[in-house]
Write a protein that binds this ligand. Structure first.
Ligand SMILES: Cc1cc2nc3c(=O)[nH]c(=O)nc-3n(C[C@H](O)[C@H](O)[C@H](O)COP(=O)(O)OP(=O)(O)OC[C@H]3O[C@@H](n4cnc5c(N)ncnc54)[C@H](O)[C@@H]3O)c2cc1C
Length: 286
């Protein structure tokens, strides 16, 4: 199948890219790795003659740094780079695990963190870990730079607050100290596949008592989200297998209450409960 005709520009700087986005009269899209956008082009869900603004030359939007505010991640950093980055493995292991599971080696080599989040699929692998970290997005337009919490940026399936003249330039992840992590991902087969359920957990303990719990799920609600009811219920309790079992069941009920009952509910609710229990056990070390 042929791609429909499109216009193409490859600016050399962030300023030039922002100008192209704001001055374009027709439909205009930033092009990062293209692993979602080219599929949209092929499906013709992107208008004929759209302008694609290739971000490939904007090297300042790539890379990972740790500073006093936490991890700073350029929006064009690829899944492969993030999965392999020692800083991500130590400071944000949930994100490293998630990036290592995106698609195929080819997808991970081209696909970027920024593209994954802006595409805003309910099953995007990186969103639950970023929600656990309470990631802040740095977004630029020709006139201003704004910062947005990720949960406010996501409006619904494939919808965000990003305007056409804006670029997502970076993610800021506040440092999490003394947390332990658990991550579970269900797909339909043991190969490349879009996640059916994602669970990302971070727990902070004092002895066996849980001081803070962060629990995010993806692909079960229209927008990936934190399960605040379960987080609150876990706080101050001693970690035991039966506590985690009950937390899983509560998570299943809380997620389904958010999404509303659907044809998949009889399957997803108990499976989510199991995956949450497993992720909590992984974080709890038993
Ligand atoms: C075979 C295959 C397997 C896949 N498997 C998975 C999977 O397992 N898990 C998963 O989560 N995803 C998967 N994907 C989807 C995709 O690879 C990811 O969502 C990827 O991270 C998208 O990034 P990209 O750089 O390719 O984005 P692009 O396709 O370039 O862009 C995606 C969207 O974001 C916009 N955009 C990109 N960067 C910016 C920016 N910096 N600022 C503003 N807007 C921007 C684009 O205009 C476009 O609308 C798969 C895709 C394929 C083709």
């Amino acid at each position: 199948m042929h791609l429909p005709a499109f216009q193409y520009k490859r600016p050399g700087t962030l300023r030039e890219a922002l100008e192209l986005l704001s001055l374009s009269r027709g439909p205009v899209f930033p092009l990062a790795g293209g692993t979602d956008l080219v599929v949209q082009l092929r499906k013709k869900s992107v208008a004929q003659e759209s302008l694609l603004v290739d971000l490939g030359n904007l090297t300042e939007l790539r890379g990972v740094q740790l500073d006093s505010n936490g991890l700073q991640i350029g929006a064009l950093t690829t899944h492969a780079q993030l999965a392999a980055a020692p800083l991500i493995q130590t400071e944000a292991p949930l994100l490293a695990w998630a990036c290592a599971r995106v698609g195929t080696p080819q997808t991970r080599a081209r696909g970027t963190l920024g593209g994954n989040v802006v595409h805003a699929s309910p099953a995007a692998d990186t969103i639950p870990p970023l929600l656990v970290h309470e990631a802040i997005l740095v977004i630029c337009s020709p006139q201003a730079k704004r910062r947005s919490a990720l949960d406010r940026f996501l409006l619904g399936p494939y919808r965000t607050t990003k305007r056409t003249d804006e670029l997502l330039v970076a993610f800021s992840l506040p440092k999490l100290t003394n947390f332990r992590y658990g991550y579970q991902r269900l797909i339909r087969r043991q190969a490349v596949g879009i996640a059916r359920i994602i669970v990302a957990v971070a727990l902070r303990f004092e002895g066996r008592t849980i001081c803070e719990a962060r629990l995010a799920c993806g692909a079960v609600t229209p927008v990936a989200c934190r399960l605040a009811g379960v987080e609150e219920w876990l706080r101050g309790k001693e970690a035991t297998p039966s506590l985690f079992q009950e937390a899983g069941e509560r998570a299943g009920r809380e997620a389904i209450a958010r999404s509303g009952p659907r044809w998949s509910t009889p399957y997803k609710q108990p499976v989510l409960a199991s995956l949450v229990r497993r992720a909590l056990q992984q974080a709890g070390g038993f």
